[in-house]
Design a protein around this ligand. Structure first.
Ligand code: C2E
Ligand code: CA
Ligand code: CA
Length: 704
């Protein structure tokens, strides 16, 4: 832009003024005067010459004599105004004293001002300055407007400019484009815009704008969903700022709208649509299905990887992230290419609801269990082949729960919950299991979940009880020891037997704590019995779940033994054959260490599990408890007697003593005694009872 200020006003370039006058004297006088003031003056002797010069050079102002031969001032003015607008090139008419009519005409034709001859220097100067100033201002505004409109069209944001006084809003072309609206649409009010903002987001947006108008320091920066013409919502971010008058009245507000859908709708790790998108989609599909009565063709799959903790601790967080995104990729690929899924009208919608929880929404699928399970299996099969994560080959198993719309779940939240609870049943069932939600099982699952939560607090709340069942020596019929059996005094359900909560404790990782509590409780009870006169040779037999077996557990056991001052020889620990499923070598080492300290082991429930004799030989156990299932039949079945006989001989050969479990009758006891059983345990002698009821725990012993 030209700087039109004269040099005496600190300009770099002097304003260029064209003096047009047919009188050479006047021309020179004016030009000299202007030059002295620092302007750059050029001279033209008539209208034609002036127009020719205007074609060649740029000028900032024209001083135009009214009366000239050839082309007079008014005609020249008309021609100038054909080329330059009144604000682009100011023209000051130079007139004689009495040319009032001419002046009016000139002003009509677009003269900016006039001065009369003979002119006074200061008047001339102030008029010239004034016109140059006005012109400069106009040019400034124009440039900034040009810049503004350039910004409007170049910005990747959608811009808007709201004239608060008139209420009109100008929305840029790009704004229209972002919303899928034709730029020709009569879209010019905030209300039209707000109508397109998601109902859940509009209040906050309005509030942000209102607050900013009240207090300019509170900036407008809000995220909201805007309804695109295609019916979908896009995530937008709006930043805006208002312009206020000197008195503080808001005049206009301008803002930018940025499409942030990508960051809002996709999980950054998996690249899958996130929870918000999933919910939006599910809601729409579900509502549509309900309306058209085809809700029955929907199926929702919930999938997650099993043993997430193990995977994370093995791979680290970065590896886990990689695995998650690899699973996501495989899910997307599988659902896209699977023969069955690919022919569905709507492609499977795979998304991520939360960490390690994928959702697959299928539309138009038959509601037959067999078909759905097949789809689940197919998906699991695709995830079963190994993943290469960094340098590791990683295998992972998954659990899938499937839920179908039914009368029982009439909101999408419930449908999701159903899928998730079906998934958790699948996980409890095994690896790579697909389970379809079943309202009957659901009740059980809920029950399970509730019990699990209550069990977490049972120890702290003092709700566990130790019961004791006598173990009798067959040699003299006297009490040899007792087995400690846990009970849960549930505040509402009453006294619960272990079958009701031990499996839950095992799956919830609580069994360790329970076993230890029982062990310590038994130690304390032993001390009490002995101090009341019971033989210190009596043993206490405590059940230990395989899950707990480890160095830390052994430490805790030894601490308790020391703390309560129990002779280790009085301690029997009952383990089941399921330890063979674990890392048997290290378990054997651990047991041997405890045996060296004097503690004994008993193999519990013998005959129900793996029954692996070769391992049995390697276990440092001193007692073998024959399961009740064999004892039940010894009276009636020759075969059972033969079996029990063999077990007893084998155990004796290995140096183990036999405890027969579940002895309910004298007949059974007699047969077992004849077969060589060393100890008996069962209802025939006593049921498990609370410590207070253990009157038999006195030195006299127990005679059946
Ligand atoms: P188990 O170790 O085989 O314990 C023997 C079970 O047989 C006990 O059931 C006992 O009450 C029952 N029983 C004993 N004699 C007879 C009989 O003559 N007839 C019949 N019908 N049953 C008899 P209980 O107390 O219900 O315990 C069930 C299982 O729970 C136990 O089987 C054991 O595996 C587990 N358990 C109990 N307490 C604990 C514990 O503190 N820790 C762990 N890990 N498991 C425990
Ligand atoms: Ca036992
Ligand atoms: Ca047993």
């Amino acid at each position: 832009m030209n700087n039109t200020l004269p040099s005496d006003m600190s300009s770099n370039t002097a304003a260029r003024i064209l003096v047009v006058d047919d009188s050479e004297k006047n021309r020179n006088l004016l030009a000299m005067f202007l030059t002295r003031l620092g302007y750059s003056a050029s001279k033209a002797e008539g209208g034609a010459a002036a127009l020719a010069m205007l074609d060649q050079q740029t000028f900032d102002l024209v001083l135009l004599d009214m009366i000239m031969p050839e082309i007079d001032g008014l005609s020249a003015l008309k021609l100038i105004r054909e080329r330059y607008l009144i604000n682009e090139l100011p023209v000051i008419m130079v007139t004689g004293m009495s040319e009032v009519e001419g002046i009016t005409r000139a002003l009509e034709l677009g003269a900016n001002d006039y001065i009369s001859k003979p002119f006074q220097k200061d008047i001339l100067l102030s008029r010239v300055r004034m016109q140059l100033d006005i012109c400069r201002l106009y040019k400034d505004v124009k440039t900034s407007e040009e810049r503004y409109s350039l910004a409007f069209s170049a910005s990747s944001d959608g811009l808007w400019d709201w004239d608060i006084v008139t209420g009109k809003v100008f929305f840029s072309d790009h704004w229209h484009e972002m919303m899928g609206i034709s730029p020709n649409c009569a879209f010019d009010s905030t209300e039209q815009w707000f109508d397109r903002v998601h109902p859940d987001d509009i209040t906050a947006l309005r509030l942000a704008i209102e607050e900013h108008l009240k207090d300019p320091h509170r900036l407008v920066k809000r995220e909201y969903r805007a309804l695109h013409e295609d019916g979908s919502y896009r995530w937008m971010q709006c930043r805006a700022r208002a312009l206020f008058s000197d008195s503080g009245t808001p005049l206009r507000m301008t803002g930018a709208q940025t499409d942030i859908s990508a960051s809002k709708t996709f999980d950054p790790i998996t690249g899958l649509p996130n929870a918000a998108v999933f919910m939006d989609r599910l809601q729409r599909v579900y509502a549509h299905a309900r309306r058209t009565g085809s809700a029955a063709n929907l199926a929702l799959f919930s999938l997650s990887m099993n043993h997430k903790e193990k995977v994370t601790s093995a791979l680290g967080p970065a590896g886990y992230e990689k695995l998650t995104s690899a699973i996501a990729r495989r899910l997307s690929e599988t659902t896209a290419v699977d023969d069955y899924l690919a022919q569905l009208k709507e492609p499977a919608f795979v998304s991520q609801l939360a960490d390690n929880r994928f959702m697959i929404l299928l539309e138009g699928v038959p509601q037959e269990s067999a078909e759905l399970l097949k789809i689940g299996e197919q998906i699991q099969k695709s995830l079963a082949s190994p993943f290469a994560i960094f340098d590791e080959t990683v295998y992972c198993t998954t659990s899938i729960g499937i839920a179908l719309p039914s009368g029982a779940n009439d909101a999408v939240d419930e449908l999701i919950q159903d899928a998730i609870s079906a998934e958790s049943i699948a996980r409890k069932t095994g690896e790579d299991i697909t389970h379809i939600y079943n309202p009957l099982l659901h009740g059980k699952a809920l029950d399970h979940l509730r019990l699990e939560n209550e069990l977490r607090h049972a120890i702290g709340n003092g709700e566990l009880r130790a019961f004791y069942q006598p173990i009798v020596s067959s040699a003299d019929g006297r009490l040899a020891g007792s087995e400690s059996l846990v009970r849960w005094q549930h505040p509402e359900r009453g006294l619960l037997s272990p079958d009701h909560f031990i499996p839950i404790a095992e799956s919830a990782g609580l069994i360790n704590a329970i076993d230890l509590w029982m062990f310590r409780e038994s130690c304390q009870q032993y001390r009490e019995w002995v101090s009341n006169g019971a033989s210190p040779k009596m043993f206490i037999s405590v059940n230990i779940s395989v899950q707990g077996l480890g160095i830390a557990w052994a430490d805790q056991v030894l601490n308790a033994v020391k703390e309560f001052g129990i002779p280790p020889s009085s301690i029997h620990l009952e383990i089941t054959e399921s330890i063979f499923a674990g890392d048997i070598e290290s378990i054997i080492t651990l047991l041997e260490q405890l045996v060296d300290l004097g503690i004994s082991f008993a193999i519990d429930d013998f005959g129900t599990g793996y029954s692996c004799f070769s391992y049995l030989r390697r276990l440092p156990a001193s007692y073998l408890k024959i399961d009740k299932a064999f004892i039940d039949d010894v009276v009636d079945s020759e075969k059972a007697r033969l079996l029990v006989n063999n077990i007893i001989h084998m155990a004796h050969d290995l140096g183990m003593k036999i405890i027969a479990e579940g002895v309910e009758s004298r007949e059974q006891a007699e047969i077992l005694e004849a077969l060589g059983s060393d100890y008996f345990q069962g209802y025939y002698f006593s049921r498990p009872v609370a410590a207070a009821d253990c009157v038999m725990m006195v030195p006299a012993g127990l005679q059946a």
